[in-house]
Design a protein around this ligand. Sequence first.
Ligand SMILES: [Zn+2]
Length: 345
Amino acid sequence: MNTPLPHALRALTPNVHAWLPDGHATWGMANCVVVTGRTAGSGAALLVDTPYTAGMTRHLQQLIDGLGDGPAGRPEVRTVVNTHGNGDHSYGNGLFPDAEIIATDANGEHLCAEPAPADLAGLIAGSDPDSPLGAYMRRHFGRYGDFGGVSTVHPTRTFSGELDLDVDGVEVRLIEVGPAHTAGDLIVHLPQEGVVCAGDVVFNEDHPVHWAGPLESVHRACRRILDCDPRVVVPGHGPVMTPAEVRRYADYLLDLRDAVHRGHGAGRPLPVLAAELIADDPYPAWGLTERMAILAAVEYRALDGETGRPDLVGLVGMAAGFAHRREGAAAGGTAAGSVPAGSGG
Ligand SMILES: [Zn+2]
C-alpha cells in the first residue's frame, strides 16, 4: 500500500465523520462515512461502505476508535451499509464480524459479476505485465497487494425500495436508486444532518465509471440525491461536494449520453466513438479519461438491447487499451485520438 491514507476522519456534523482517502486518478480509494449516535457513551455506530483491503480497514477502524474519549464512549460499528457491491466498497465487510451488513436485494445480482478478492489478486499477478491490461492492472491495483485478509462477505439483511434506520437518535434513510452505477445501488440520506452518501453514483475530480447504466439511469439517481436537498454530498470517490457540483456532474452525464447516442445513430463503431470522446475530453483535469470508453460501451449495450451481466474485466481491458495508447502518444508515439488495437468491448 503505497498511497497515503487519511490521518483523521473529517467531521461533516458532530454525528457524521467521513474517511476521504486522496485517490485522485486511481481506482479503489473509496470514501466511507461513520454515523455515531446522539447519546454520549452509547457506542452505536453505522458505517457506510468498507475499504478495499484489510490494512485500509484496520486503519479506518483505528480512526473510528479515536472518535470515542474512552472505552465506554468508543463507537462500535453495529451496522455496515454497502452502497453497492464493488470490492472497493465492500471487501472490508468481514472485518466487522458482529455487524449487520445491509444492501439492496438487487445488489446480489451485481455480486455475481464482481470478482472475489483472491480472483482479483490472481488476475493482477497472472496478467502479462507487457500487455495493456497487465500494465494497467499492476499500476492501478498493484498498490493493494494480494488482498490477503479479506473475502467476499455477503449482506446479512437486504431490502427493496427504502429502509429507515435509527442510530441512537440519528435518522438514516436507505434509498434504492439502482440500476445505475451497478445493478443494486443505494444512497444513504441523513435528513437531520443534511448529508447524502452517494456511493459511486457520483464521482468527484475523476471521470466516472458506471457498469450497469444506462447514463440516463445514473442521472435519475443524481436527481434523487438532489431531491433530498442535502447540504453536503459525499461521492463514492473524491472530495465532498455541494449540491451545485452534483448538478453540474449530472448535466455532464446527459451531455455525454447525447454524444454517445449521436455516435450510435450515425453508425460509428464503438472504438472509434470512444477515441473521439477521449480526444474531446471536456474535463481534462479529471483523472482516468479512459473510463469514457467504458461509459460509451455500457451505453452502446443498452442501445443495442443487450442484457446480461457486464463483463467487468473486459471493460477494464478496453479502457486499459486507451490508456496505453494515450501514454504512447505522450511519449512521442501515435496520435492520442487513434483507436487502440483490440479495443472491442
Ligand atoms: Zn468505487
